[in-house]
Ligand binder design. Structure first.
Ligand SMILES: CC(C)(COP(=O)(O)OP(=O)(O)OC[C@H]1O[C@@H](n2cnc3c(N)ncnc32)[C@H](O)[C@@H]1OP(=O)(O)O)[C@@H](O)C(=O)NCCC(=O)NCCS
Length: 334
């Protein structure tokens, strides 16, 4: 078994095809309810910058046959104490020690990174991945829920939600209008109030510059980045935001990101109004879209209920698992 770094820039089409096929096979079991990524989407995911920090990819091969794949991500603006690791092993080769050997092979690079925490995010609840994480000594610190809105099965009347008195909604693609940039950045900080359970997680320190930086990342990757906001008429400030993006290689699927309403404006139905407005605008512009997916803390009952009210269905539970890097080294050895 050979564990080696995978260089996305020099990989051949055959390499990407093998990865796409391997992941499609695994994801049918490990990620039920989420369609597999196409070849184009796989290439895009691995070659475009997500603005989060350096990523390295690894493969596990036996006699040139691809048996596993791993991603290591080192956040470089917030959460710089953690290395995010995700290992995948082909279905018919599980429980043969490959996952353990793969993790051991990654240890030197984790140690060199100097990150004291190792985190695996979005492992499907009850899956092989959870059993493996537990066996490796990781502890679950955060549980969340994947919800998906399948456009074909939802009545668009659910998106006819009236705007609460005293507020107006605006929407745009790609860049926040300059007149809103300051209060938009401020409103984005409201996501810090979402439940984080036992997870120590540093939220983005939103400033107008960080907003522009994020827009630049989406633009460079050619993604369709969309935002809807609620503006408080009296102050003229943005007080609620919701944002999503669509990758060019996966044009059927919109991925929801943050939805947040500033504390003093909660309880008026703004979250539901902005998300419903997002759906109306989205379907007007992208009538071929098949689905929107979102993840929400499992104990964020308000957000989960808002999503249900506009047609999202629960797909599966997910969890974050973590350990101290030193403990992992002590457990697995070098
Ligand atoms: C997680 C994954 C990489 C493990 O790969 P693997 O090669 O099967 O792992 P190992 O054989 O080294 O398993 C090590 C130990 O984990 C535990 N384990 C792994 N899968 C398990 C399962 N389905 N049920 C119970 N225990 C399990 C066992 O204790 C196992 O040791 P044992 O077989 O001697 O009892 C693989 O299941 C996978 O690809 N899952 C989907 C992706 C994922 O969720 N990854 C998250 C991990 S970062």
């Amino acid at each position: 078994m050979e564990f080696a770094p995978f260089d996305p820039s020099s990989a051949s089409e055959a390499d990407y095809e093998a990865i796409t096929e391997l992941r499609a096979r695994m994801h049918a079991v490990d990620r039920p309810g989420t369609p597999p990524l196409s070849l184009m989407a796989t290439v895009e995911l691995m070659t475009s910058d997500d603005g989060m920090g350096p990523r390295t990819f690894w493969t596990a091969r036996e006699a040139d046959c691809l048996l596993g794949f791993a991603t290591v991500m080192l956040p470089d603006r917030e959460n710089t104490d953690m290395a995010m690791v995700f290992i995948e092993v082909d279905l018919d080769r599980r429980r043969q020690g490959i996952g353990t050997a793969f993790l051991r092979a990654l240890l030197p690079s984790l140690q060199v990174s100097g990150r004291p925490r190792v985190l695996a995010v979005n492992i499907t609840g009850g899956s092989d991945g959870e059993q493996f994480a537990e066996a490796m000594g990781l502890v679950c610190t955060y549980r969340n829920l994947l919800q998906t809105l399948e456009v074909e099965s939802v009545d668009p009347a659910l998106w006819d939600v009236s705007v609460p008195d005293g507020y107006r909604l605006y929407g745009w693609t790609h860049a926040v209008p300059e007149e809103f940039i300051v209060s938009y950045a401020e409103a984005r900080k409201a996501i810090a109030d979402a439940p984080s359970q036992d997870l120590a997680w540093e939220e983005t320190d939103w400033t107008p510059q960080r907003v522009r930086d994020e827009e630049a990342v989406f633009a460079a990757a050619g993604q369709d980045y969309r935002i809807v906001v609620a503006v408080h008429e009296h102050s003229g400030e943005v007080v609620g935001i919701t944002e999503l993006f669509i990758r060019p290689g996966d044009p059927d699927h919109a991925r929801q990101m943050d939805t947040a309403v500033r504390k003093e404006h909660r309880g008026h139905g703004l979250g539901r109004a902005i998300k419903a407005q997002m759906m109306r605008r989205l379907m007007a512009d992208r009538p071929d879209l098949a689905r929107v997916s979102t993840t929400t803390a499992s104990d964020n009952v308000y957000m989960v209920a808002v999503n249900h009210s506009i047609g999202y269905a629960d797909v599966r539970s997910l969890a974050y698992w973590e350990t101290a890097t030193d403990d992992l080294v002590a457990r697995l050895g070098s």
